[in-house]
Design a protein around this ligand. Structure first.
Ligand code: ZN
Length: 397
């Protein structure tokens, strides 16, 4: 964060400098124009012809001299501006690791095969589809020759994402329509989402001033009744707001209700709950990968240095897995395992021998499953439950 702030400081210096230069340059250019216009006018004047050639030359020389000095001022300022721009570059070099390309973090090339590159492109395309940027995603799919995307989840998420975006732009209509459509599902979950959205709609009415008082009261009567048992305190507070409607909410106990945080929090609750109800993942793969990658990067850099120093970097190459466990912090809420070791055969699973989830919920490798199967049935080695081989599902790590 400190590094970003340092670079940001340099950037704001450049912006200030540029606006100064813009003003000075346009002044200089205007002066230049007026010098030339004056000279042009004098050329057209009859008086000019009465001057001796020497006088005419002297006059021209004077004009050229003035023009030159103005142009010089502009070009000096322009040259100086480069210095402040290059300071930004230097600040970036100073505060960030220069180039990860030259020095790969892993000892092997992650994108060595076309398959890996295809997966990467697919993840990026999915991310665009999720955000409703269909045109961009379509171009990527065509240009990288990916199979056309038919995942219905992407469309579902794109719709929800647009509603989320609308909330952040203070437009509650699409989200309110959605909660009305899914009210029974929300109720079954004891969700507070509809209340949160209705609360914002009511506060939005209050912000329109005293003229909207009747409308605001009508809104509470229409929509808050069903929440009275669960949100009694909150509703009391919302009603209390009416007292200050004529005088405004600055320096009142209700001021915090009008903060931007409430909008962001509600928008986040919306995307979380709606994704859970519709059954799509809230986070895109790309987002998860980039976030966890940024988090893990410093640890991996340190690790690489240590391995190099002790000349044991081969450890990493042999196993093709991270030699240490990296805590992704509470930010992500769960852990990621890139490797699953079969508890029966004690070998890591791979594409040919993937982990399989049995009907009872226990996971073993496909090879182990085939070893344990009797006829078409399989007895779980961890619980006595029997299930069909066809009921086992492949799990992706
Ligand atoms: Zn079991």
């Amino acid at each position: 964060m400190e590094a970003c702030e340092a670079v940001e400081r340099e950037i704001s210096k450049v912006i200030t400098k540029f606006s100064g230069i813009k003003e000075d340059s346009s002044n200089s250019i205007n002066e230049l124009i007026s010098i030339l216009s004056l000279y042009l006018a004098s050329l057209r004047n009859l008086e000019y012809n009465s001057k001796t050639p020497e006088q005419q030359i002297e006059e021209l020389k004077n004009v050229i001299k003035k023009c030159k000095s103005k142009v010089q001022t502009i070009s000096t300022e322009h040259r100086n501006s480069h210095a402040s721009v290059s300071k930004v570059g230097k600040a970036i070099d100073r505060h960030f690791t220069q180039d990860y390309n030259n020095e790969s973090i892993t000892p092997y090339d992650l994108f060595e095969s076309d398959k890996h590159i295809e997966i990467l492109n697919q993840i990026i395309a999915e991310h665009f589809y999720r955000q409703g940027l269909n045109e961009v995603a379509d171009s990527l799919v065509t240009e990288s020759k990916l199979p056309p995307e038919e995942d219905i989840h992407l469309e579902l998420f794109a719709d929800l994402y647009q509603m989320w975006e609308a909330i952040t732009h203070k437009n509650l209509t699409p989200a309110l329509e959605w909660v009305t459509q899914y009210s029974s599902e929300l109720e079954a979950r004891h969700s507070s989402l509809e209340f949160k959205l209705r609360r914002l709609a009511y506060l939005q009415l209050l912000q329109q001033g005293v003229n909207s008082q009747a409308e605001a009261i009508a809104y509470t009567r229409a929509h808050f009744n069903k929440f009275i048992n669960r949100f009694e305190k909150e509703i009391q507070m919302l009603m209390g707001c009416l007292i200050y409607l004529p005088s405004g909410y600055g320096d009142t106990p209700y001021d915090s209700l009008f903060s931007e945080d409430l909008w962001l929090e509600t928008a986040d609750s919306f995307i979380k709950e709606s994704c859970e109800i519709v059954g799509v993942n809230k986070d895109s793969c790309l987002e998860i990968i980039v976030n966890s990658g940024c988090y893990a990067l410093p640890a991996l850099m340190n690790l690489k240095q240590i391995l190099l120093k002790n000349r044991v970097s081969g450890v990493w190459v042999e196993n093709r897995e991270l030699p240490i466990e990296i805590d992704l912090g509470s930010e992500f809420g769960f852990r990621y395992h890139s490797v699953f070791t079969c508890p029966i055969l004690k070998v890591p699973t791979n594409e040919n021998n993937p982990p399989m989830r049995l009907k009872c919920g226990h996971v073993i490798s496909k090879d182990a499953m085939h070893k344990l199967v009797r006829g078409l049935l399989l007895k779980c080695p961890y619980c006595p439950k029997e299930s069909g081989v066809s009921e086992a599902k492949k799990i992706h790590f």
